[in-house]
Design a protein around this ligand. Structure first.
Ligand code: NAD
Length: 239
């Protein structure tokens, strides 16, 4: 199971692309590719979601993520997050839940095992030393520093950086017989390439659930179009 920004849209968190999103379809690039020209919450992604942006203006980046943290405290999971938490209760570790989202709505809904491949909004790490990332809901006006003296940074994966957990994700794909992607525009790699990897393996049925056909729609067996909060509970027969 792969979830993207669209699963949190009905909770009031803005997506990057697509209906209700910040930019127009097709403006996205790979996290390993160049920066995007899209705006997210009135900021250019290259200013607030790239290592270069952080180097240029850490204060702007921290203010941006501090605002996102404040918003995160007030948003609640929607029926799509709740359906996935119930699905985990029902089938346990047979569900592998990987999210591109940095919000904590899956956990708020009760999901226990969630792989955040693009990091977590409510965590911080050092930009230099190998101190472990730590939970941090704080909002900062100016950039905080680590005990080692370097700047702390949000524990999120920015454009140009390597996502977390790829080895574990590819192991799960090898074992997968049903792949469901929810609310992901299919524009951000490597996540957008998971479905074509599965097609190549030839074992899994691949279903997309979201408002509109994603950019990688051709690789799915089926696209169910609509809101995640309305479609997911019935897809998994959860009341
Ligand atoms: P995206 O913003 O590129 O695309 C969102 C997709 O969700 C669109 O295709 C849109 O049609 C669909 N959508 C909108 N409302 C929906 C709904 N109610 N139900 C189902 N689908 C809906 O998202 P992405 O593919 O996840 O890539 C964006 C990147 O931005 C990710 O890396 C993610 O880390 C980051 N991001 C995270 C959050 C978050 O944590 N909530 C929010 C925005 C962006």
């Amino acid at each position: 199971m792969l979830t993207g920004a669209g699963i949190s849209a009905e909770s009031g968190v803005r997506t990057f692309r697509g209906a209700g999103g910040a930019g127009s379809a097709g403006d996205g690039r790979s996290p390993q590719g160049g920066a995007s020209i899209a705006l997210w919450y009135e900021h250019r992604l290259e200013d607030v979601a790239t290592p270069e942006g952080f180097e240029r203006d850490p204060q702007l980046v921290w203010r941006f993520y501090s605002e996102r943290r404040k918003l995160a405290a007030s948003v609640q999971p929607n029926p799509a997050h709740l359906a996935l938490a119930k699905l985990e209760e029902r089938i346990g570790e047979r569900l592998f839940l990987c999210t591109q989202n940095v919000d904590a709505l899956h956990e708020k809904a009760g999901s226990r095992e969630v792989l955040h491949m693009h990091g977590q909004l409510l965590a911080t790490r050092c930009s230099k030393c190998d101190r472990a990332p730590f939970r941090d809901p704080s909002a900062y006006e100016s950039p905080p520093r680590c005990d080692c003296g370097a700047l702390l940074r949000p524990h999120v994966v920015w454009f140009g950086e390597m996502p977390f957990g790829l080895a574990q994700i590819y192991r799960a794909l090898e074992a997968c017989d049903l792949f469901v992607s929810v609310g992901s525009s299919g524009a951000v790699y490597p996540a957008a390439g998971f479905v074509s990897h599965l097609r190549h393996l030839g074992r899994a049925r691949c279903v997309y659930v979201g408002l509109e056909r994603p950019e990688n729609a051709h690789s799915f067996d089926e696209c169910r179009l609509g809101k995640a909060g309305e479609l997911l509970p019935s897809l998994f027969r959860i009341d």
